[in-house]
Structure formats: structure tokens, C-alpha cells
Design a protein around this ligand. Structure first.
Ligand code: 73E
Length: 836
């Protein structure tokens, strides 16, 4: 970005063109060169770790050249770019993805095998980049993949956490958190020593007048922390585009030590300053769908927003355009409210530093941002206390008050007769202490607001943002249903299925245009195809069974129905409904005659997911699942008919093994609570069927694949409020089958009953907020339908194939094209080939 060649000088010389490895030997030479020189290791002590490093570095060389070229092309083209601001990027592993994108995995596999290694073992050496909690972070990662694959000029901006999401260990059935130090060896990041930004905190505000009488505001004093850029290449699939993900790390502004302090004998405190600065980017907050208002979290948010905006503005200023052109050159997407401070920060830069008039600046700001809402759960909506913000970001608080003042004046003018509206829509909640409502600020400061699935986008308009639809009109609100990248979630995770599909469709074009999958329906009656499809599903289940054998020391039958629920542990996602259903099944089996047992379809109930460390109820549910497993898996009466497995440490790379191996997966949130869900898409794309509620993207999945191919159950979102009300204010009775389940838990069948009393009481006595009892009968009946359907192999096969064929809509490529068209107004840009 820094040095532009003079006119006429070619941008790139031919020697810089990345060449594919034409033979396995080609690849070996490069990998070995890196092992011997970059790593300074001899081939004689080359273990799997070194082989991974050599392979990664060999492929990195190819990416880096594309990366440079892409960045140069984007700088020269000087067209509008997208900046995706997300506090989470749940990237998973990079090597497999990189090899597949440049279509060189086979060549490398052959080369590695010549060196005595198996590709699978080498790939699994890589540490997951786990800078996210769950769906929100993984969505950001899928979006980066699609942006690059579709050649959009786009950057991601995030934080370089030293510790990603904790590793989960299960000890005696309980979750234990272990720190995830992932940066030991990370060949995929490049520190940009020349790119760092000073970020200010605390301090005070000074108002002054210049000689011409113009008013100025400056933010003085306080504390400075340095943001250091770390860049990660994001390759596109079968394209030279390689975009950039810039992650900020924090460092003390004074460098190694504050020498002043050091020399005056305050050695300890100078080290402490350093550590305090580095704390900002030290750790990812492990809460999914929960905000706890911690000062360090607010510091993280501002640190990252300030550094990113400085960077974006600096890049814009180099174009020498007028400020009013800013929204024509820059689109910034806010991934939930976490980056909302970017709004007052840009206003501050324009007004305080660049000297624009307030209104001109605000017009630029509000055309630049788009805001994606991901949740309506009240406990997840961000609010920051006014005193905290006053202390940490005094100028931003002033700006927020001014934005609010102008907005409320506008509302008052337009709705003079509505007395209560001002209090309801004010950015400042008049509580004790006062709170800044970040979602309102994000909405007011953006030109578009979107939800992530149709139901969710409708719900935000009728609940949390109802007044704002009246104020701004409905056109400010839109829907972009989530999607997933078929590269990772089909081609990489399920190579055999991808091959089979390619053989029928005449190539891998569906990985670039997933709607091409629809042609598979022509083969739904093809006997050989059906057989191969089933064989692949079976092989994937065998692979998961092996994993279970190794990690859980339980033998499961791969012919059994694999019933999987993997996602963050949360009451609204209702893993408790699932485990109660499992207990019900267990009690039924115990009651059955030997004859009846023979008729039953064997089942493996598989769970996985992390609980936030402070979320006791979620941890209790994990404990119950493990206790049930202990009893059921060792019960001779039950045998293969039922096994209960909790998979430790669910993460992206485990999901790649798990998603292709389901017969049924569970997406059973209380209707209206799961904004979209994205693992539902991953499972169906891999030939698994769904049991689910009418919630989030389940509804659109049903519309696409057909009602006959999904197992829906339970109450609808529109009925939830009344049901909850009835629980609290009218007498209600527990579902009798659920009651029997509770009796067995309370009688100690699964260990100490006290352990689970809070879980049961929440349902029996405290209003059953998540409607577990209301949905239980319908859930159990639907599971029985599933048993019957699964026994009919032909019927099941037709459902699997038809569903896969109809999943084209759920590619994240479709999402990105929608964002580009309806929100960002950006065009693709393919890096120039040489000589152009
Ligand atoms: O339904 C999912 C959705 O598929 C939703 O719960 C999740 O975002 C996914 C992607 O759109 C989500 N995560 C958060 N909010 N919604 C969240 C909130 C606070 C901290 C971390 C994550």
C-alpha cells in the first residue's frame, strides 16, 4: 500500500507469479527447504509437527504472492471497499482450506506420503484459530471465505486474542476450562511492524476557541495503548483474490518499558504498565449470547474500533478525495453491536480532528455503517453504564449525548402527540445508573439494519425495534438469511460426498454456485447413486464412531441412528429437552419386552458444546448428560439400543468430523429465540435430516427442502408470550411423560438428585421460561416418527438426497451477494493477471 510504482512501471514482474506445484516432488522440495532452512531442522528428526510447518510454509508462499497482488490491485482500482468489523472470527484450521482453494491438496498428499506422512495426521497438527464463541464468529469466518471467493475488495478487522475460546475438558462429568494458548507457532499471521496506532483512554475534555472564533474540542491526558497490526491472508476458492484479515494486538505505548519510570527505580510498575496494556487483547470473552458489562470488554471494543477506523480513514485520505466521498469508498458492517463505538469514533475523527461541521460529519457517518442484529435475547443486548463510559471515553459519551439529542428532537418534531416515545427510543436508558443502549445507537448511526433469518428480521421489527420502524420507515430494515461456505462445510469436511456430487454434476462448479445442486434431484432414483450416497454417510459415521471410541471409550454401532446436538450450551437452545427425551427413551426401553426391544431402531445420542464458565445452569445440563451416559451406556438391558455420548471440546475442526456423520441433528430452541442457527445448514448439506422447532433458519430450510423432509415440532413463536404468561399466572400441569422423567432423576437414578434440583425447579416451580414441558409431548412423538422413518432405508435415502439437492440457497456466497447489492453497494474486483 505504501509505495506506488511510477507510471508505466509494471505492478508485478513475472518472477513474482505464484506457480502451482506441478508435481509432488515440486511440493516436497519446497516443504523440505522450509523444514531445513526456516525451521533449521534436519530431515532425520522431522516429526509430524515439522512436516505440518513445512507444508504450511510451502503453501503460505503461494498465498502471499496472491495476497500482495490482490492488495495492490485493490489500491490501484480505488473503488469502494467493505470493512467487516467483528469481535470474533472463528476461523478453525487454515492449511486444508488453503490447499483446497489452490487445488493442490492431492499433489501435497502424494508428496507427504513420499516423505512418510499421512495427510490427515499433518492437517490435524494445526491448532484451531478459535477467536470466537459460536455461530456469530463462525459466520464472520464464512463471510470472509465468500468475500474472497467472490472477489469482493474486503477487509476483516478483529482482535488478536492471545487466548481464544477456552478448551473444554470433562472431568468426572463436569466441564473444566483450560486456557487456549494458540500462538506458539502460527505461520498464518504477519506482524506489520510499521503499522501501529495509538489509542487513548480516560483523560478529560477541553473546549477552546481559535483566533477566528471557531469552537474546538480536544481530548487530553489519560492513557495511551499501542495497537499493533497482525495480518492474516484469506484466500478465495479457485481465484487469485486473497483478502486481508487485520487483527489488532495491544502493547504498551512506550515500547518495552517506560524508561522514565525504569530509571527512577520504578521497575516493577513499568512492567505492570506493560502488562496492563497487553491485557486488552489477552483473552476472548467466553460468553455467547450474554453481555456482562465488564470494563475490560468495553476497553477491547474501543481499542479495536479506534485502531480499525484510524486505519480505514488513513487509507481513504491517501486517495485525496473529498470527505463527502467517504461513503462512496467505504462500507463498514457492524457484526452485532460489539463495534458500535465505531460510530461515535468516526464522528469524533471528522468533527474534532478533521474539522468538519457536525451535520456534514453525521451525514457521512450514517451513510457508512450497516448494522447486523444477531439476537433478541434481553440478556445479550449490550448496555454500558454511563458512569463507566464517562470515565473511560469521556468525549465519546458527549458525542453519544449529542447524537441522542438531535435524534430525539427529530422524533419530537415528527411524533408530537406521542408522549412516551422519547423515553422508549432514547439511546440513554433513564435507570440507576443510566445506561447507553448500544443497539439503538447502532441502528440510529447506520443506513441499514438487518436480521439474520426471515422470522428473526420480522421479530426485531415488531419487538425491540418496533418504534424505530415507525420513525425511520420500514425500508431501513432488511433481512439477509445466514449461510455457510460450501468449501469448508462440504468439500473439505466431506470430500467423498463432494466427489460423488461432482461426478453427477460434471465438475465442482457447485462449490462456486451452490444452486447447481438442484440437478442432483435427477439422480434421486439412480440405484447406484443412492447406494454410494448411503455408503458415504456410513463411512462418515464409522469415522465419528472411531473418534468416540478413542475419546469416550464407548463402542457405538455405526448402523445405529446418530442423533446429534452440538452447539453452545444454553437454556434457550434446550439441550435439557433433548436429554429429558433421552431419559424418557431409556425408561421406555427398560419397560419393554425383549420382543419389543428387537423392533426398536438403535440410537446414539451425541451432545457437544461449551458452557460459559459462569453459566451454572448450562454446566448443570452438561453434568446431567454425562451422568445419564454413565448409567445408560453401562446398562446391559439396553446394549446397542441407546448410547449417550458427550463429545469434549466441540470446535470448528471437530465440527468438520461431526457434521457429515449425522442421521438426525437437533435444532430445538424455544420458538423465537434462535435468530438463525447455521449448523442446521451444515448438517443438511451433508445429508443429515433435522428435528427442529419453527425457529430461525429452520423455517426457510423447510421451505426450501419441503415439509416432508424435516421433522418439525413444538409451539410457534407467536404463542410463546401467552404460554409464559399462563405459566406464571395460571395453574398449569407438567407434561405427564416429563413428570416421569423428573421422578427418575429425583429418585437418584443418575446420581445425586440435589445436583439437578435447580434445573427441574426452573421448570416445575419457576414458570418453565423455555417451555420445555409445553413442547415435550410433541418432541417425543416426533422422535418416534423419526424411528419409523429411519427404519425405512429407501424412504430415508430419498429424504437425504432431496434435501442436499435443495440446499443451494444456504451458501454464504448468496448472503454476501445480497449484502453487496442491498447494503454495501460494492462490486467485485479480480486481481490483474501479469502484464496487464
Ligand atoms: O442464532 C445464532 C446465529 O445463527 C445467534 O444466536 C448467534 O449468531 C448466529 C449468526 O448470526 C449470536 N451470537 C451472539 N448473538 N447472536 C453473541 C452475542 C454476544 C456475544 C457473543 C455472541
Amino acid at each position: 500500500e505504501h509505495c506506488r510504482p511510477a507510471a508505466g512501471v509494471p505492478v508485478l514482474t513475472a518472477s513474482q507469479t505464484p506457480k502451482p506445484f506441478s508435481t509432488p516432488e515440486d511440493f516436497e522440495k519446497e516443504a523440505v527447504r522450509h523444514i531445513e532452512t526456516t525451521l533449521a531442522r534436519s530431515l532425520y528428526n522431522c516429526d509430524e509437527g515439522a512436516a505440518y510447518a513445512g507444508t504450511a510454509l510451502a503453501f503460505r508462499d503461494r498465498l502471499v504472492l496472491d495476497w500482495n497482488k490482490t492488495q495492490q490491485t485493490q489500491t490501484f482500482a480505488d473503488q469502494k471497499r467493505v470493512y467487516y468489523l467483528s469481535l470474533e472470527f472463528l476461523m478453525g484450521r487454515a492449511l486444508d482450506n488453503a490447499m483446497l482453494n489452490v487445488e493442490q491438496k492431492d499433489v501435497a498428499a502424494k508428496g507427504l506420503s513420499d516423505l512418510g506422512f499421512r495427510m490427515e495426521d499433518i492437517i490435524s497438527q494445526e491448532h484451531d484459530a478459535a477467536l470466537g464463541n459460536g455461530g456469530l464468529g463462525r459466520l464472520a469466518a464464512c463471510f470472509l471465505d465468500s468475500l474472497a471467493s467472490l472477489n469482493y475488495p474486503a477487509w476483516g478487522y478483529g482482535l488478536r486474542y492471545r487466548y481464544g475460546i477456552f478448551k473444554q475438558e470433562i472431568v468426572d462429568g463436569y466441564q473444566v476450562e483450560v486456557p487456549d494458548y494458540w500462538l506458539d507457532f502460527n505461520p498464518w499471521e504477519f506482524q506489520r511492524h510499521d503499522i501501529n496506532v495509538d489509542v487513548q483512554f480516560y483523560g478529560s475534555i477541553n473546549h477552546w476557541q481559535d483566533d477566528e472564533g471557531k469552537q474546538h474540542v480536544s481530548w487530553e491526558g489519560g492513557e495511551i495503548v499501542k495497537a499493533v497490526a497482525f495480518d492474516v491472508p484469506i484466500p478465495g476458492y479457485k481465484t487469485p483474490t486473497c483478502n486481508n484479515l487485520r487483527l489488532w494486538g495491544s502493547k504498551a505505548a512506550s515500547g518495552e518499558f517506560d524508561f522514565q519510570k525504569f530509571n527512577s527505580g520504578e521497575y516493577e510498575s513499568s512492567v505492570a504498565d506493560q502488562q496492563r496494556a497487553e491485557t486488552i487483547s489477552a483473552v476472548l470473552y467466553p460468553n455467547d449470547n450474554l453481555e456482562r458489562g465488564k470494563e475490560l470488554r468495553l476497553k477491547q471494543q474501543y481499542f479495536w474500533c479506534a485502531a480499525s477506523l484510524y486505519d480505514i480513514v488513513r487509507r481513504f485520505k491517501k486517495t485525496k478525495r473529498a470527505w463527502k466521498d467517504f461513503p462512496n469508498q467505504v462500507a463498514i458492517q457492524l457484526n452485532d453491536t460489539h463495534p458500535t463505538l465505531a460510530i461515535p469514533e468516526l464522528q469524533r475523527i471528522l468533527v474534532d480532528i478533521e474539522g468538519l461541521e457536525w451535520d456534514d460529519a453525521w451525514s457521512i457517518v450514517s451513510k457508512t455503517f450497516g448494522y447486523t442484529n444477531h439476537t433478541v435475547l434481553p440478556e445479550a443486548l449490550e448496555k454500558w453504564s454511563v458512569p463507566l463510559m464517562q470515565h473511560l471515553l469521556p468525549r465519546h459519551l458527549q458525542i453519544i449525548y449529542e447524537i441522542n439529542f438531535q435524534f430525539l428532537q427529530f422524533v419530537e418534531r415528527n411524533f408530537p402527540k406521542e408522549r412516551d416515545i422519547l423515553g422508549r427510543v432514547s439511546i440513554i436508558e433513564e435507570s440507576q445508573p443510566k445506561m447507553v443502549r448500544m443497539a439503538y445507537l447502532a441502528l440510529i448511526g447506520s443506513h441499514k439494519v438487518n436480521g439474520v433469518a426471515e422470522l428473526h428480521s420480522d421479530l426485531i421489527k415488531t419487538t425491540i425495534f418496533k418504534d424505530f420502524v415507525k420513525i425511520f420507515g420500514p425500508d431501513k430494515f432488511t433481512n439477509v438469511t445466514n449461510g455457510i461456505t460450501p468449501r469448508r462445510w462440504l468439500h473439505q469436511a466431506n470430500p467423498r460426498l463432494s466427489e460423488l456430487i461432482a461426478s453427477k454434476l460434471g465438475g465442482f462448479g457447485f462449490l462456486k454456485d451452490l444452486t447447481l445442486l438442484s440437478k442432483l434431484e435427477e439422480f434421486v432414483d439412480d440405484k447406484e447413486f443412492r447406494k454410494e450416497f448411503r455408503e458415504i454417510k456410513y463411512a462418515n459415521k464409522v469415522r465419528l464412531a472411531k473418534h468416540i471410541q478413542e475419546h469416550n471409550e464407548v463402542t457405538v454401532n455405526p448402523a445405529a441412528l446418530f442423533d446429534i446436538q452440538v452447539k453452545r450450551m444454553h437454556e434457550y437452545k434446550r439441550q435439557q429437552l433433548n436429554i429429558f427425551g433421552v431419559i424418557h427413551r431409556y425408561l421406555e426401553i427398560k419397560k419393554m419386552s425383549a420382543e419389543d426391544r428387537k423392533k426398536l431402531a438403535p440410537r446414539v445420542s451425541i451432545f457437544g458444546g461449551k458452557a460459559a464458565p459462569g453459566y451454572w445452569m448450562a454446566k448443570t445440563i452438561i453434568h446431567l448428560i454425562n451422568q445419564v451416559g454413565k448409567v445408560v451406556n453401562n446398562d446391559k438391558d439396553v446394549g446397542d439400543l441407546l448410547k449417550v455420548i458427550f463429545l469434549e471440546d466441540y470446535n470448528v475442526s471437530k465440527a468438520e468430523i461431526i457434521c457429515p456423520a449425522s442421521d438426525i441433528s437437533e435444532h430445538i430452541s424455544t420458538a423465537g429465540t434462535e435468530a438463525s442457527g447455521t449448523s442446521n445448514m451444515k448438517f443438511v448439506l451433508n445429508g443429515g435430516l433435522i428435528i427442529g422447532t419453527c425457529d430461525g433458519a429452520n423455517i426457510e430450510i423447510t421451505r426450501e427442502i419441503g415439509e416432508q423432509n424435516i421433522f418439525l415440532f413444538g409451539n410457534l413463536a407467536e404463542d410463546v408470550e401467552d404460554l409464559r404468561h399462563a405459566h406464571l399466572y395460571e395453574k398449569y400441569e407438567l407434561d405427564p411423560q416429563l413428570s416421569a422423567v423428573f421422578d427418575s432423576i429425583s429418585s437418584g437414578t443418575f446420581g445425586d438428585k440435589e445436583s439437578f434440583s435447580a434445573l427441574l425447579n426452573g421448570i416445575i416451580e419457576h414458570g418453565d421460561y423455555y417451555l420445555v414441558s409445553d413442547d415435550f409431548a410433541s418432541y417425543v412423538d416426533t422422535q418416534t416418527l423419526i424411528d419409523e422413518s429411519f427404519k425405512n432405508t429407501e424412504e430415508w435415502t430419498t429424504k437425504m438426497i432431496t434435501s442436499v439437492a435443495r440446499m443451494g440457497f444456504f451458501s454464504s456466497d448468496r448472503c454476501i451477494d445480497e449484502y453487496a447489492e442491498a447494503i454495501w453497494n460494492v462490486e467485485p474486483l479480480v486481481p490483474k493477471s501479469d502484464g496487464e
